[in-house]
Design a protein around this ligand. Structure first.
Ligand code: FAD
Length: 153
């Protein structure tokens, strides 16, 4: 059995002359959630569309197949950038996760549904940058910091 580390967030070039790379092989995995099923299926669909056009025009050149990368970048690739940023922030400040859990609990099921949409890639991660989300979340982080500090004392 052989294994290799998975690449996260999409590789720089997933196409070449006569070649398209999809799914995990192309690193189409959300760096924050580790989810890749949806992106594997979406990239396969995009690849099949691009290949159909390429066969119709008898052009399987690197230039023609570049449209595949352009499409997945547009549909979900750019989102991986925000996932990676968020992932690094949460790694550095795990208290934000505790604060997020408190915040979600206080906001109820509607906000939880929004949060789930963001985490599964249906909504953009920039949702967390909206002032009506980021500011109360910031307060929650401060509250959580005091809570954890007083629990330690
Ligand atoms: C434990 C675990 C839990 C996960 N949980 C989730 C989750 O909850 N949600 C989510 O979205 N994603 C999850 N993922 C990630 C998800 O499984 C992958 O992102 C997704 O399956 C990628 O699909 P794929 O078609 O690119 O690759 P794969 O599903 O890996 O398919 C590749 C196929 O190619 C076959 N293969 C390999 N080499 C050869 C060869 N030489 N010849 C012929 N066939 C070959 C393999 O046997 C395999 O069947 C999880 C992954 C793991 C490991």
């Amino acid at each position: 059995m052989k294994a290799a580390a998975l690449r996260l967030g999409g590789i720089e070039r997933s196409f070449d002359h006569n070649l398209l790379i999809i799914g995990d092989a192309a690193g189409l995995i959300d760096p924050l959630t580790g989810e890749g099923i949806q992106y594997a299926m979406d990239s396969a669909k995009i690849a099949s569309d691009v290949l159909c056009d390429a066969f119709m025009s008898d052009d399987l050149s690197r230039k023609s197949l570049k449209r595949y990368q352009d499409r997945w970048m547009k549909e979900f690739g750019n989102e991986f950038f925000w996932s990676m940023k968020l992932c690094l922030v949460l790694h550095r400040f795990p208290i934000i996760l505790d604060a997020m859990a408190n915040y979600i609990k206080s906001k109820g099921p509607e906000f939880l549904a929004n949060w789930a949409e963001v985490m599964t890639g249906t909504k953009s991660k920039t949702f967390y940058l909206r002032p009506d989300v980021a500011i109360p979340l910031g307060f929650e982080v401060v509250k959580e910091w005091f809570r954890q500090r007083s629990a330690r004392v």
